[in-house]
Design a protein around this ligand. Structure first.
Ligand code: NAD
Length: 243
């Protein structure tokens, strides 16, 4: 029960990693405000649904979570979208969507959350970047750029706000078995089960990550065990470097 009585905001809380994160936080005693487009199916202490492309919604989210839960100690900027294809196929809307959800929303949420956390004497923010935020993967320049931007934002905020007791870190997963990955296979006309089996064979530990294998690291980063970590980008890849 590492998080007994602590209050957490989770974006993308109805998704593959997000729903597992909400479950794990609550199992360890946290009170959770879950945010997504529709999070009603996820058990939590508060549901703050809306569109992360709406700037005013993002600006208000940490304050609303604090009001609903009676405090705010942890923020998980987990929501994300992936846009695929090389730059010649990228539409203006792909750029706006990807940078809006993956970069601008966390920027707004961090900007609003940091004064709240500071007033409480500190807290933890865990952003979700990607292995592709650390090194480029092929044919996803818009997504990769967004994940590099959130990685850089994490390093900046980790440095700027450590003196306030606020630790800002990021998890950088490689492939995780979630709807994001599976819908990508389906969109390319591949059988998701077969595609995941093929991917499993490419990972040195023998399988792509389950959501829980990423969540364990996110909880570590939010916990007191990571109290000296600020601005860290933690790669979680089963031994598979980006090719
Ligand atoms: P997912 O698609 O299962 O979940 C993402 C969630 O974000 C969804 O529930 C979706 O509704 C929400 N979301 C997207 N746009 C939104 C918007 N405009 N407003 C409100 N909510 C919105 O994906 P996931 O795999 O669980 O991804 C979680 C995070 O992990 C993302 O940031 C993703 O980029 C990152 N990541 C995933 C993988 C992977 O292989 N699955 C690898 C590296 C990083």
């Amino acid at each position: 029960m590492r998080f007994e009585g602590q209050c957490a905001l989770v974006t993308g809380g109805a998704g593959g990693i997000g729903a597992a994160l909400v479950r794990a936080l609550r199992a360890e005693g946290a009170l959770v405000a879950v945010s997504d487009r529709q999070s009603g199916a996820v058990e939590a202490e508060a549901h703050l649904d809306g569109d992360l492309l709406d700037g005013a919604f993002c600006d208000a989210l940490p304050g609303r979570a604090e009001a609903e839960l009676g405090g705010l100690d942890m923020v998980f900027n987990n929501a994300g979208v992936i846009t695929r294809g090389d730059i010649t196929t990228a539409r203006d809307d792909d750029w706006r969507l990807t940078m809006g959800v993956n970069v601008e929303a966390p920027f707004r949420i961090c900007r609003a959350a940091i004064p709240i956390l500071a007033a409480r004497g500190g807290g933890a923010i865990v952003n979700t970047s990607s292995c592709w935020g650390l090194r480029p993967g092929p044919n996803h320049p818009v997504y990769v750029t967004s994940k590099a931007a959130i990685a850089s934002l994490t390093q900046c905020l980790g440095r700027d706000h450590a003196h306030q007791g606020i630790r800002v870190n990021a998890v950088c997963p490689n492939e995780v078995d979630t709807p994001m990955l599976r819908t990508g296979f389906a969109a390319r006309g591949l059988d998701p089960e077969q595609a995941i089996e093929d991917l499993n064979a490419s990972v040195p530990v023998g399988h792509i990550a389950s959501p829980e294998e990423i969540v364990d690291v996110m909880l570590f980063l939010a916990s007191d065990a990571a109290r000296y970590m600020c601005g860290a980008l933690v790669e979680v890849n089963g031994g598979k470097a980006v090719i």
